[in-house]
Design a protein around this ligand. Structure first.
Ligand SMILES: [Zn+2]
Length: 219
């Protein structure tokens, strides 16, 4: 499977291209040099970058499936989530997210193993939390929950990530039953079919869209 981070890096480069490269397409040179993706990348959309550190060592396959689950939920709410994996090692950090995606809203997600749980004084059983633009997801707890609810770790992880990203855009006191923002995500009887029905309400989607303005880059 293609590397998500590199795909995003390409998308980032496209996003900072001058508008003429994406929208013009008049000159022969521009046409010859501009792959189709440039045209798509230049279309106005509400983008949110999720820069993440995979401290928990979640496998590439699980991660991509979890990202797909969360992306699908946000697509329905009119917000295009893009995933950018950041190096866990500070020495390999590379350019900042601001440099890669200037002007695009960003939140920072950390996937944490059980060994890092002690650093956080959080309630037992909590699957993750968000503060400001920072999100913390407790992967060990998600894995144990996925066994109990038979929903599969990508489904569980994807929904937890979507829920916590939702908190960044909607605020801390934004729990709402019957939506992805339910406070009962860890309710043990949930089967996969119940999980996949969870999404943002129309009102939640509209509120999030106000926080994620249409990107002006490339237009
Ligand atoms: Zn919550």
């Amino acid at each position: 499977m293609a590397n998500t981070a590199s795909k995003l890096f390409v998308a980032g480069l496209m996003a900072v291209l001058p508008a003429s490269a994406g929208n013009g397409n008049h000159g022969q040179a521009a046409q010859a040099n501009a792959p189709e993706v440039v045209v798509g990348a230049a279309e106005p959309e509400r983008r949110l970058i999720v820069a993440f550190h995979n401290y928990a060592g979640v496998s590439r396959e699980t991660l991509e499936r979890a990202e797909s689950e969360a992306t699908r939920i946000f697509d329905k709410a009119g917000v295009k989530v893009e995933w950018l994996e950041r190096a866990v090692s500070p020495e390999a950090a590379g350019p900042s997210v601001d440099e890669l995606f200037p002007g695009v809203p960003v939140c920072f997600l950390r996937l944490l193993p059980d060994s890092m749980l002690n650093k956080f004084q959080r309630p037992a059983g909590e699957l993750g939390f968000a503060t400001g633009t920072s999100i913390y997801v407790f992967v060990g707890r998600a894995q144990r929950l996925s066994v109990v609810v038979t929903a599969g770790i990508p489904t569980v992880l994807g929904h937890i990530m979507a829920h916590e990203i939702g908190h960044v855009l909607l605020g801390e006191n934004s729990h709402a039953p019957g939506t992805i923002m339910t406070s009962q995500l860890c309710e043990e009887q949930r089967q996969r079919a119940a999980w996949v029905r969870l999404e943002f309400s129309k009102a939640q989607a509209e509120k999030m869209q106000r926080h994620v303005p249409i990107a002006s880059i490339g237009n």
